[in-house]
Design a binder for this molecule. Structure first.
Ligand code: DC
Length: 225
C-alpha cells in the first residue's frame, strides 16, 4: 500500500505521516529530508546553488539514508548523521532552492520510487509532489493544508521548545517565502492532486486529523474489497 501525504510546510504532514506509518506498520519516507540532505551536501562542498551541473552531480553521488523507526528516524549523508543539521531554518530554505532544479528532482524521485516499492508492506511518503509525480497511482492521497498563520504558530511553538530564538513574525515570513517558491517553481510545483483528500488542519487538533485520515483509509479499504 502506498499512501501519499502532500502539503505546505507546517500543515502537520510529518507528525501525521509518522503516526500513520506506525499504526499501519508501513515504512515512513520523509522526502523533504532528502532535499534537505542534498542542500547540505551542496553547502558542505562549497558549491553555489546556481551551479546546476555541479549540484546535480552532488545529488547523484550523495548517499542519503533514512534509518530507524518513524519517531526516531535518523538521516545520514555519506555516513554522517545529519538529522539535526538538516532541521535549521537555513537548511529549509536551501532545500526549497535546491528542489527547484529539475535534475535534482529527477534523481530524488527515482530514489523515492525505489524505496517505496521495496517496502514489504508499503510506504507512507510525505512531501510536495508525492501524489502528483512520485506515485500518481498511490492507493490513497492526502493533501494537508492550513492557514499560514496557523502553520507559523505551530512552527514557532516547536522552535521555542527546541530553544531556537525566532519571533512569530520571522517564522511566518519564512513560511510564506518557502510556500511561494514551492508553489511557483516550474518543475512539479506544490499542487493538489485531483483525487487527493484535502484536509484543512487550521482549526483541528492532531487527533481529529488523524481520525479523519484513518476513516478515509478504512473507507478506501472497504471500497477496494
Ligand atoms: O517538508 P520539508 O519542509 O522538509 O521540505 C523542505 C523543502 O524541500 C521544501 O521547501 C520543498 C522541498 N520538497 C520538495 O520540493 N518536494 C518534496 N517531495 C519534499 C520537499
Amino acid at each position: 500500500m502506498i499512501i501519499a501525504i502532500d502539503g505546505p510546510s507546517g500543515a502537520g504532514k510529518s507528525t501525521l505521516g509518522k503516526m500513520l506509518a506506525k499504526k499501519l506498520g508501513l515504512l515512513y519516507l520523509d522526502t523533504g529530508a532528502m532535499y534537505r540532505a542534498v542542500a547540505l551536501a551542496v553547502k558542505r562542498a562549497g558549491v553555489g546553488f546556481d551551479e546546476i551541473e555541479r549540484v546535480a552531480e552532488i545529488a547523484e553521488n550523495a548517499k542519503i539514508e533514512l534509518v530507524g523507526e518513524p519517531d526516531a528516524l535518523k538521516i545520514f549523508l555519506d555516513g554522517d548523521d545529519v538529522s539535526v543539521d538538516i532541521r535549521t531554518l537555513e537548511a529549509a530554505q536551501a532545500a526549497s532552492i535546491v528542489s527547484t532544479i529539475s535534475e535534482v528532482r529527477r534523481i530524488m524521485v527515482e530514489h523515492q520510487r525505489a524505496i517505496g516499492l521495496a517496502a514489504p508492506k508499503g510506504c507512507v511518503l510525505e512531501g510536495r509532489d508525492i501524489g502528483s509525480v512520485v506515485f500518481p497511482n498511490a492507493d490513497i492521497k492526502f493533501f494537508l493544508t492550513a492557514k499560514p498563520e496557523a502553520r507559523a504558530k505551530r512552527r514557532h511553538t516547536e522552535d521555542q521548545l527546541k530553544g531556537r530564538l525566532t519571533t512569530y513574525e520571522q517564522t511566518l515570513a519564512e513560511i510564506n517565502e518557502r510556500d511561494q517558491r514551492d508553489v511557483s517553481r516550474e518543475d512539479s510545483p506544490l499542487t493538489i492532486a485531483e483525487d487527493a483528500v484535502v484536509i484543512d488542519t487550521s482549526e483541528l487538533d492532531l487527533t481529529e486529523v488523524f481520525d479523519q485520515i484513518l476513516a478515509k483509509i478504512s473507507e478506501h479499504r472497504t471500497a477496494a474489497g
